[in-house]
Design a protein around this ligand. Structure first.
Ligand code: H2B
Length: 101
């Protein structure tokens, strides 16, 4: 498995363009809150993302309440944001489109 590459300061500064659906928390993490039709859709989304995360060996911090999922992405191995967070965020954005119907 390839190791995570920390984002440069320029890449962090450009995150609003790279990941427009995510908020940046202290330059150390990105956050996104999602709402689905119901619990079943939210859980199907989480199941899809869990599979992607396993393949990527990069895992979200997240919580679920009924039809809502809150996600925080950061890289524990490097103590901040890395290329793996961008890749996982992009995969999550694609899954959100799929499961939001
Ligand atoms: N997920 C996240 N979000 N950050 C990491 O640093 C990380 C991970 N490291 N998943 C992986 C697992 C590492 O612990 C294994 C050993 O590759």
């Amino acid at each position: 498995m390839t190791s995570a590459v920390p984002l440069t300061a320029d890449q962090v500064a450009d995150l609003a363009n790279t990941l427009p659906l995510w908020r940046i928390a202290d330059g150390k993490a990105v956050l996104r809150d999602l709402k689905f039709a119901d619990f079943s859709a939210a859980f199907d989304f989480m199941t899809e993302v869990a599979g992607v995360a396993e393949v990527m060996d990069h895992h979200p911090e997240w919580s679920n309440v009924y039809d809502r999922v809150s996600i925080r992405l950061t890289t524990h191995d490097t103590g901040g944001l890395s290329d793996k967070d961008i890749a996982l965020a992009e995969a999550i954005d694609a899954a959100a489109i799929q499961f939001k119907g």
